[in-house]
Design a protein around this ligand. Sequence first.
Ligand code: UD1
Length: 416
Amino acid sequence: MSIILVQGYHLLKGEIEIQGSKNAVLPMMAAAVLHKGTTVLEHVPGIQDVFCMMGILESMGCACALDGHRLTVTAPDLSDIRIPEKNGKAMRSSIMLLGALLGRCGEALVHYPGGCSIGSRPIDLHLSALKQMGVEFSEEGDLIHARTGKLRGGQISLPYPSVGATENILLAAAAAEGATVLKGAAMEPEVESLCRMLQAMGVNIQGAGTGEIRVEGGAELHDAAWDVPGDRIVSGTYLSAVMAAGGEAVLKRSSPGHLENVIRTMERMGAEIRVRGGDMEIKSKGRPAAVSVETGPYPGFPTDLQSMMLALLALGQGKGRLKETVFEGRFATAKELHKMGADIIIEEKEAFVTGGRSLRGTQVQARDLRGGAALVVAGLAAEGTTRITDCRHIFRGYEDICRDLSSLGADIRREG
Ligand code: UD1
């Protein structure tokens, strides 16, 4: 069992470079499957989800080479259209290979995906959009067999701007006959990054980063190299860490342009944040002030930073409120924060948090990726030692949270 130990009450100070974005790189790796040649990705984070995706691509016949943070994927011939069950269930983004495999081979065998246990995560929007593009599905247990004679473009409207469904549609649309106009698309920066990468591979796309994206299908793809942007959620985690522990830090390559809502919220809580190009500098002292926050699709407050906010409100001052509108299971971390002395009341989609208490270190369990990181953040401001179990969830998305926070002066280490 992987464990992280955090000793609280150390001020943070220093500079770190933020790893490449998990949620951007995974669909980019799926996009590489569309192309028979070579795709190079730079700034790839060394995280479990990337290793898992490499395993899936290799099982399908792609060659993957990770050299430091440069990943080269070559996919001249695919030998299998099946995503191995174990890898597919370990990671939700495996579903992205559905669009890519249909685009490349016209056929795919995928299991209903896994990932974090943060509520029900259906894929009905993915499937219904792909059906409109000419895909037929049959299911056997939780195995989905998708087949198409020919993918065709057309107009698709998403009733909710699902990130994953948008990415799957983009991947299929790149290989479809004719143009696909996607209305109600997710506007998350990771979706825009995928569009930019597909453009670099030769796909004509208009409206990247907006709610209406037009993809001209069927272009001949060529080799491309692309830079994975800094991970805005990891940046938000480390901003939260400085707010919890107090101190100051410079976060290089931290994607401030994608964190406007978060920066504004943290400033209202008392942090001083300065943006310099792609870097940010944060200074924070004293307990964070209470705020009321509601998560939502981009440019709303990211659901992936909701657990971090829960921890900050718990160790802050006054009464804060958090409303979760994206994933219903995302308050599971509140139970763990209770063990540390937090005063949090959950009522359906809302958390009411009364700050002003001193958190104390104890044994807590990482229940999901971001919730686990939030416990690290809470541990930085807790008296004594916080022992976080089940940290495998954290390693799915953070390259080395102990290395990063230690370099800022935190007393944190991994055990096991
Ligand atoms: C992605 C991110 C995740 C982030 C989330 C929202 C990756 C690997 N994960 O997840 O970190 O928290 O976006 O920004 O990039 N929904 C349906 N039917 C569907 C698809 C989604 O009902 O077919 C619902 C989900 O249950 C959820 C909401 O839509 O309530 C958002 O899901 P979606 O945007 O698809 O998130 P993911 O792509 O899973």
